[in-house]
Ligand binder design. Structure first.
Ligand SMILES: *[C@@H]1O[C@H](CO)[C@@H](O)[C@H](O)[C@H]1NC(C)=O
Ligand SMILES: [Cu+2]
Length: 161
């Protein structure tokens, strides 16, 4: 294989950028149903793995619903306080910037209490190796493939350039 060192480097850089963009995901809450009444967001979130760097998108008709970021206590009680950030655009894009549990509810009427407009997710740290928990285990196919591939490409470039 007669490739120049420069081409190898370009290939490697391209691949690493690609690998990074593959692992940052955008999750449309409720998928095509969006943020709406009587949707099972627990089931929607159950088999998904959220990692720092991913984004959540809440789609809904503006003025019909809202998105309020709350804490665990408020989530259980479907209550909001003045300190909570409230989003009302109808297309709210939320970057997941820190690991941990995140709680979101609709602040309109009894949509949280009676119509299940509540979502809780756990965001995993970006750089951690898969931990021995059920949630982390299911991340490995998504994260490991591009990462390992990136390393193999980098190793190849180091040996053969
Ligand atoms: C949640 O927020 C409320 C209102 O700000 C506060 O009183 C409560 O202590 C918080 N609970 C937790 C678990 O942080
Ligand atoms: Cu609502």
């Amino acid at each position: 294989m007669a490739t120049s060192p420069r081409l190898n480097l370009v290939f490697m850089a391209t691949f690493l950028v690609l690998a990074t963009s593959i692992s940052a995901k955008e999750y449309i809450v409720g998928d095509e149903n969006g943020w709406t009444l009587d949707f099972d967001y627990q089931t929607w979130a159950k088999d998904k793995v959220f990692v720092v760097g991913d984004t959540l998108v809440f789609n809904y008709p503006a003025s019909v619903h809202t998105v309020v970021k709350v804490n665990g206590t408020e989530f259980q009680q479907c209550s909001t306080s003045a300190s909570n950030g409230i989003m009302t655009s109808g297309h709210d894009v939320i970057p997941l910037q820190t690991p941990g549990r995140k709680w979101y509810i609709c602040g309109v009427g009894k949509h949280c209490e009676s119509r299940n407009m509540k979502l809780v997710i756990t965001v995993l740290p970006q750089t951690s190796a898969p931990a021995p928990s059920p949630i982390a285990t299911s991340t490995s196919p998504k994260l490991a493939v591009p990462t390992i591939y990136g390393f193999v490409v980098a190793l190849f470039a180091l040996i053969f350039v």
